[in-house]
Design a protein around this ligand. Structure first.
Ligand SMILES: [Zn+2]
Length: 329
């Protein structure tokens, strides 16, 4: 996952921005051998909150054409339109206005990208069925009755980052989005949830989310946290690296760095971030295998033994099992 909006996160200057955009990510030496897919997000949230991309010696006004140009320069293989995310305090009228502005961008995005060989995802915004249904109505008031399923390769559900700790709302949003997709005939498309990960992943996967992105593994490390599992962390200083068999914890040099034997904090926390990512990806692989099993028992079992054992998340685990996975025996 790469976002046009995060290019200037560290106050870079114009020259460095030009270097970043000078060749597609996969052609850069640092990514030699990387076989993943480049998902180039549009940076809608950054654009909404800051109005432009701010570097140390430049300011770049963003619009749909500029964003698409940068997605191409980065070598995006999945791209999304520039969207106007909703915010928790927005009125109904404001949300409708933003939906129409997003729709105008979608119209331009479809024209601009028609010959570019990437998968195209449509952004959708709302916290529940009703809000997402209204979003689609406003979208179609601008675009007409386009065939979403034939025009797009996936749906990207956004605006949830300010609500990332409200599990009830996240479940409502993903369930609501899947319901809207089914009613409007594009339920065959994959559903990506923008900017959400960590403990919500198994529950959101159970109610119909296919992919996620987040920098939580890195944010945790920046805050000195080392993942023991998807659900629990300890401070890096208190971690027992022998409990983990990942490539980072298996390396004497990297263990020594995580123990603080290094001059710069980034050299202590960088390895911890990679360990955290490894833990997340291993758990995701486990969840994916359980989803692919016949029936829902594998996933129910996983949820019951992880989220269901935690006091703060148990009720959400039970709700998802009962409403979406056929309930308990
Ligand atoms: Zn590890």
């Amino acid at each position: 996952m790469m976002s046009v909006g995060s290019l200037t996160d560290y106050g870079i200057n114009r020259d460095l921005l030009q270097t970043y955009l000078s060749s597609p990510i996969k052609r850069r030496a640092e990514f030699h051998g990387f076989e993943g897919i480049i998902f180039a997000d549009s940076g809608g949230y950054k654009n909404l909150t800051q109005g432009a991309l701010d570097g140390s010696d430049f300011e770049l006004e963003m619009n749909q054409a500029r964003v698409f140009e940068m997605q191409q320069q980065l070598g995006g293989e999945i791209i999304v339109n520039l969207d106007i995310p909703i915010e928790p305090d927005d009125s109904f009228e404001e949300r409708c206005r933003k939906a129409r502005l997003t729709a105008e961008n979608v119209d331009e995005f479809l024209e601009l990208s028609k010959d570019y060989p990437a998968a195209r995802y449509l952004t959708v915004h709302g916290y529940n069925y009703s809000m997402i249904d209204t979003f689609m109505q406003e979208l179609q008031s601008i675009l007409g009755d386009i065939d979403i399923s034939a025009t797009f390769d996936g749906i990207a559900l956004g605006s949830l980052v300010p609500k990332k700790d409200d599990r009830e709302l996240l479940i409502n949003a993903v369930q609501g989005c899947r319901d809207v997709m089914a009613e409007r005939g594009f339920d065959d498309l994959p559903l990506h949830v923008l900017g959400i990960s960590n403990t919500a992943i198994p529950l959101l996967a159970a109610v119909g989310a296919d992919t996620f992105d987040s920098s939580s593994y890195m944010q945790a490390a920046i805050n000195g946290k080392y993942y023991k599992s998807l659900l629990s962390t300890v401070r890096v200083e208190d971690a027992d690296f022998k409990d983990c068999s990942c490539p980072v914890c298996s390396s004497p040099e990297l263990r020594s760095r995580m123990n603080g034997n290094t001059q710069y904090r980034k050299d202590q926390m960088g390895p911890a971030a990679v360990h955290n990512l490894y833990v997340q990806m291993t758990e995701l692989k486990n969840i994916r295998e359980r989803i692919q099993m016949d029936g829902t028992d594998g996933l129910v079992d996983y949820i019951e033994n992880t989220i269901g054992r935690n006091d703060s998340t148990r009720k959400h685990a039970h709700r998802v099992v009962n409403e979406s996975l056929g309930g308990y025996f």
